[in-house]
Design a protein around this ligand. Structure first.
Ligand SMILES: *[C@@H]1O[C@H](CO)[C@@H](O)[C@H](O)[C@H]1NC(C)=O
Ligand SMILES: *[C@@H]1O[C@H](CO)[C@@H](O)[C@H](O)[C@H]1NC(C)=O
Length: 271
């Protein structure tokens, strides 16, 4: 679950002043410094990219231990697109009473071409590769998380729709709406079939629609995420005229001692 919007504006809020401003090359070199983000909502906008890196510990009060999201660098893929190299380092004790509570979400979020109608989006190409090494039982997943709403820019009111595409999950994590049973099946999407689970997240009041793959992805995924959103239009979750207000890729965590290293390419291309 992810609640944020309009980060692109924050990127522009460099305050002019009479004292020497940093030169562009100084700003560029700042942009490539690797950074550890360990605070409850610590985040880093990456200039000249469509991304923000975020350590979103929305249940920080339930964490016994630490969780950091680390930005490493931006590179260029063989095909010429930008990719961000980042990691999520989880060291959270298993506590019986909160073992079923997600502690937060570590992710790379889009800052560009959001708040656009699905019908005005040409493609959402992504390339997500990851490894996770855990030294104790780990519970959590690797996923994409988008938010749509018929209202442009609204990602928090109950008319919002949160969409999750789980690529991999372990430790017994189950989606919201699991006990209701599947609400649909989607065949032939990204090389596998998917089961849809839906219900309201009682913490946020937002309906969450999670697709779980018949066959989990083992460390890599590529595709056009517009196909995912169109598949949800087909089953009636929303219409092509809905706005895509939030989009990101990340990992949810409940407990465990684990390091996830990842490389992500993700962007929205407008029609
Ligand atoms: C990593 O986590 C998984 C899922 O909880 C568990 O099955 C596995 O044993 C863990 N690995 C180690 C080395 O603890
Ligand atoms: C994972 O990322 C960390 C930095 O957060 C780095 O120190 C470590 O070498 C990386 N591990 C692998 C296997 O790439």
């Amino acid at each position: 679950m992810v609640l944020f919007k309009s980060f692109a504006l924050a990127a522009l809020s460099l305050t002019p002043s009479a004292v020497a401003l940093p030169t562009l090359s100084e700003l560029a070199s700042r942009a490539v410094s690797s950074t550890q983000l360990c605070g409850d909502y610590a985040n880093l906008i990456l200039p000249d990219t469509p991304w923000i890196v975020y350590n979103m510990l929305y249940n920080a009060a339930q964490i016994v231990g630490t969780q950091c999201t680390n930005y490493d660098q931006v590179t260029t893929s063989k095909s010429g697109t930008k990719e961000v190299i980042w990691s999520s380092v989880t060291d959270i004790d298993y506590v019986e009473s909160t073992n079923n509570v997600p502690k937060g979400y570590s992710f790379v979020g889009l800052t560009q071409n959001l708040e656009t109608k699905l019908s005005a989006i040409d493609s959402i190409p992504t390339d997500y590769t990851w490894t996770r090494t855990n030294t104790t039982d780990f519970k959590g997943n690797i996923c994409f998380d988008f938010i749509t709403n018929d209202i442009k820019g609204d990602s928090t009111s109950s008319s919002s729709h949160e969409l999750m595409l789980w690529l991999q999950y372990e430790g017994g994590q189950l989606p919201i709406g699991w006990t209701n049973g599947p609400s649909a099946t989607i065949d032939d999407l990204f090389g596998t079939s998917w089961t849809l689970y839906e219900d309201v997240n009682t913490d946020t009041g937002i309906t969450v629609s999670t697709l779980m793959p018949a066959k989990q992805f083992e460390g890599s995924f590529s595709g056009d995420l517009k196909d995912w959103l169109l598949a949800l239009v087909e089953v009636g979750t929303f219409k092509k005229s809905t706005y895509v207000n939030v989009g990101n890729a990340g990992t949810e965590f409940f407990y465990g001692n684990a390091v996830m290293n990842a490389t992500l390419g993700l962007q929205i291309n407008l029609a």
